[in-house]
Design a protein around this ligand. Structure first.
Ligand SMILES: Cc1cc2nc3c(=O)[nH]c(=O)nc-3n(C[C@H](O)[C@H](O)[C@H](O)COP(=O)(O)O)c2cc1C
Ligand code: SF4
Ligand code: SF4
Length: 252
């Protein structure tokens, strides 16, 4: 193997955690490509490398920003393990779409998984996941994927999902800032994957915001949130589908 890469779009860290856990099975330090940062030009991957591509499921799809940034990758035939994380509802066409992105970028998809994480909007679902048992499952999967690569087996797994993919629902998400507690530190503005926040942190451009929840998670003053009624409305609409403990799914 030439190099090991984790290529992730992970606004609130779950997909990064899953990718890092998978990478551990390879016992070599991965090169990290963070697609939450803007990408210009091509990202060249050496042939014989292994790429772990990971992103969250948004409405059964991969976030459009991730799709665009993945298009900068030049896989040059590297082996790819694709991983979506989702908040215990469903991942529908997201894993298939991520695999298609990897293939379009010139990678060979040899394994895929859908891992359950805490829902970063409705935190009552998938709470605390991935937990120790999830991380163990991810490790076992990664060991098998590594063996497959080592044995030179290039067979592409059959992944669930449909083409054409589910229609993308672009809904604007209102992000509220408590102006009394915001210290204008600028952290949220610097870390917003789509630069939707003014430098002083006080204004969000709703036409740019993708509702990724990163600024809410990272604000040290905890002064950002989405309206309570939005969360309760969502729980009313899709809560039933999020109940119970969903299993991680692995494809080799
Ligand atoms: C805009 C948005 C849409 C989401 N859609 C889904 C979904 O369709 N199904 C699901 O189970 N979880 C959904 N989630 C939850 C995320 O997929 C889940 O929390 C994921 O692990 C977050 O990944 P990250 O921490 O790498 O950003 C959604 C979250 C957001 C912010
Ligand atoms: S991270 Fe929080 S305190 Fe800092 S600018 Fe953003 S909202 Fe204000
Ligand atoms: S402003 Fe929107 S896109 Fe930017 S970090 Fe916050 S939720 Fe994500």
């Amino acid at each position: 193997m030439h190099n090991l890469y984790t290529i992730t779009f992970s606004p609130t860290g779950t997909s990064q955690l899953a990718a890092d856990r998978i990478a551990e099975a390879f016992e070599t330090k991965p090169v990290s490509v963070d697609l939450c940062q803007e990408v210009s030009g091509e990202i060249q991957i050496e042939p014989d490398s292994v790429c772990i591509l990971s992103a969250p499921c948004y409405g059964g799809r991969i976030p459009e920003t991730a799709v665009e940034r993945l298009s900068h990758i030049r896989g040059n035939g590297a082996a790819a393990i694709v991983c979506v994380t989702y908040g215990n509802r469903a991942y529908e066409d997201a894993l298939l779409e991520l695999a298609d992105c990897a293939k379009t970028a010139g990678c060979r998809v040899i394994a895929g998984c859908a891992a359950v994480g805490e829902h970063n909007i409705m935190h009552i679902y998938g709470t605390g996941r991935p937990d120790a048992s999830d991380l163990d499952e991810l490790h076992q999967f990664a060991v098998q994927a590594a063996r497959k690569i080592e044995a030179g087996l290039a067979e592409e797994p059959v992944l669930p999902g449909n083409r054409p993919y589910k229609e993308r629902h672009v809904s604007t998400m209102k992000i509220l800032t408590d102006e009394n507690t915001c210290k204008s530190c600028g952290l949220c503005a610097a870390k917003c994957p789509v630069r939707a926040i003014s430098d002083d942190g006080r204004h969000v451009d709703e036409t740019l915001c993708i509702g990724c929840m990163r600024c809410i998670k990272i604000c040290p003053e905890k002064c950002r949130k989405i309206p309570e009624e939005l969360v309760s409305g969502l729980i009313q609409r899709v809560g039933k589908a999020c109940e119970g403990r969903k299993a991680n799914e692995f494809y080799l």
